[in-house]
Design a protein around this ligand. Sequence first.
Ligand code: PMP
Length: 407
Amino acid sequence: SNNLDITAIRNDFPILEEIVNGKQLVYFDNAATTQKPKVVLDAISGYYEHYNANIHRGIHQLAEKATAAFEDSRKRLQQFLNAPSFEEIIFTYGTTDGINLVAQTYGRKFLKEGDEVIISAMEHHSNIVPWQMLCEEKGCILKVIPINDDGELLMDEYEALLTERTKFVSVVHVSNSLGTINPVKEIIRKAHEVGAKVLLDGAQASSHLSIDVQDLDCDFYSLSLHKIYGPTGMGILFGKKELLNAMPPYRGGGEMIKEVTFEKTTYNELPYKFEAGTPNIADVIAAKYALDYVDTLGKPNIAAYENSLLEYATQAVMEIEGLKIIGKAKEKVSVLSFVIDGIHHQDTGVLLDQQGIAVRTGHHCTQPLMRRFNITGTTRASFAVYNTTAEIDRLIQGLHKVKKMLG
Ligand code: PMP
């Protein structure tokens, strides 16, 4: 039961008509990247066809139009996160880029030898490696919040890790491998009690949950638009203004400067201080259309529908003998990860692909998490608003076929 017209929604996504290996595509790899509605595709080509120009410095018509659309997108993203001001919205290449920005600017300036950084056992490599690089350079110590067998953070253990040496906590809002929704508000509150700053990796959360950075009181929030029906290669970093102001620039170049001489350069104001070079203009502009599309459907409607798909799929796969779900958190989004006794996830993926069903297999850029479960990878089906129970039925049939062939 939902108030979304799924048939109409499917018609907004041209790619869903594709035929793969003789079958109509079933796309269940939405946690890797979602498909894009026609309005987003049209926004990209519309920019290139009608007002392609470099932004901010141009004085001609096209440059003014492109600049206005670009800055409109920033305001739209500000609203999307309920950020207090547009200066706190920094355009990046994506979640990974935003995390590296914080580690390389805030981290390098404010962390010193012996300071501690806390991450969790379920982090994506993009929220592990930048902190390892920083810790190696500065002599800081990286600590990891453990999880239980259902894939939930052990909050008592987290509290035990927090001390006056903790300077930074960086955790994933929603796990891409397990679907777990973490209790981030509590994580932030506890970190702030010891004076640590907090970054949330919002790559997966932003397509399923409503995000309010003021209510969360997070210091930084990094996300990718390609997971929210938007284009690849762009994302945003939210940061609290006083922190962004105190941070040195990330990359040097055009746009991020106020005045350059060979003796000394002064830097531009927020947010431009962090945006060196010509950005991904077309995709930034198109991002606004993706968010408008999501808002037209209504995020709570999307979440309710996705949850019904998750429930349907979870019930159905539990009937399959030898199949074990990895990630059984009480609070989770529409990500279904599983292993099947005696069958390698890669073989499962190949056989499903032969039936036109796209899933993700492997470690999902979370190798330490896979090690925690003593596995090398899972098969992951992740659902978006355009998916249907009929498609899930095809997955289940597909899995029965896999079992028959390999089991
Ligand atoms: N964190 C999580 C939880 C993710 O799922 C992803 C994308 N798989 C990332 C970070 C990295 O996002 P991007 O590749 O867009 O930078």
